[in-house]
Ligand binder design. Structure first.
Ligand SMILES: [Fe+2]
Length: 238
C-alpha cells in the first residue's frame, strides 16, 4: 500500500491508524476475520450481482450498472486470471491476495476486484434512510449524529481528487468509525487497524452516464437512497 494514497478525514485518526504500521510495516493488520465470504471472496470468478441490473434505477441506471459490472468489474477478474497461478486462484481468498500483493498489476486488479465486490454489497435497491439502531449509535458516538456522518462522507466522496473510493471504516484500535478516501485500487484492507464497513465508488465509470461530471449529485443520491445499512450492521457485528 502506498501511504500517499491515503486520505483520512481526520488528522488525529491518520496518526492513530498509521502509526503502528509506519513503525513496523511488517506488523500484521488486525482486520480478521475476512470481511466478505464465499463467492464474494474468491479470485477465480466474478460473483453474481446481488440484484437485477436495473434494480438501482433511477439513482444508478441500468446502462451504468451493465457497463460497470459487466465490463469494468469483470475485466479485473479476467486480468487476475492471467496474472496468478491456477492453484492460487483456486485456494487463496481474494482478500488474502489483496493483503499480500506488492504494488503492481496483481495489487491493482485484486484490489479493484475486491473493492467492487464490496461496493455492490454496500448499496442496494430502495435503501438509505435511517440506519438500524446499532449503526445509528456507532455513527453518533463517532461523528455526533447520522447527519454529520452523511455530510462528512458526502464531502469526502465528492471532493476526492481523481479516481478512487470513499469508505466508512472501523478503527479497531479505538473502536471509532472513520471516513477514509483511497485512490485508484487502494483499500483499507491493507491499512493497519481499519476494517471497511461501507464503500462508494467515485471512479467516473460509476456515475458519468447518469450524472456527467456532477459527482456530488451521484454521491448525495446514493447516500440518500441506496446505502445498505444492513450490510454495515452485519460488518459491525463481526
Ligand atoms: Fe468501479
Amino acid at each position: 500500500m502506498n501511504r500517499r494514497h491515503l486520505l483520512l478525514s481526520s488528522a488525529a485518526l491518520s496518526s492513530l491508524a498509521l502509526s503502528a504500521h509506519a513503525a513496523n510495516p511488517t506488523a500484521p493488520v488486525v482486520n480478521k476475520p475476512e470481511v466478505l465470504k464465499g463467492a464474494e471472496n474468491t479470485a477465480r470468478a466474478q460473483p453474481p450481482l446481488p440484484y437485477a441490473q436495473s434494480a438501482l434505477a433511477p439513482v444508478i441506471g441500468s446502462t451504468t450498472v451493465g457497463l460497470h459490472y459487466g465490463k469494468h468489474h469483470k475485466k479485473y477478474f479476467e486480468e487476475l486470471a492471467k496474472l496468478l497461478p491456477a492453484a492460487t486462484l483456486e485456494t487463496d481468498s481474494l482478500e488474502s491476495i489483496v493483503r499480500a500483493a506488492t504494488p503492481g498489476p496483481i495489487a491493482n486488479n485484486a484490489g479493484q476486484a475486491w473493492n467492487h465486490n464490496f461496493y455492490w454489497r454496500s448499496i442496494a435497491p430502495k435503501s438509505g434512510g435511517k440506519p438500524p439502531q446499532a449503526v445509528r449509535v456507532a455513527l453518533e458516538e463517532s461523528f455526533g449524529s447520522v447527519d454529520a456522518f452523511n455530510k462528512e462522507f458526502t464531502k469526502t466522496a465528492s471532493e476526492h481528487f481523481g479516481s478512487g473510493w470513499a469508505w466508512l471504516c472501523k478503527n479497531q484500535q479505538n473502536g471509532k468509525l472513520v471516513v477514509v478516501g483511497t485512490h485508484d485500487a487502494a483499500s483499507p484492507l491493507t491499512m493497519a487497524s481499519l476494517k471497511p464497513l461501507l464503500v462508494v465508488d467515485v471512479w467516473e465509470h460509476a456515475y458519468y452516464k447518469d450524472y456527467s461530471n456532477e459527482r456530488e449529485k451521484y454521491v448525495t443520491a446514493v447516500v440518500d437512497k441506496l446505502l445498505n445499512w444492513r450490510f454495515v450492521e452485519a460488518n459491525l457485528a463481526t
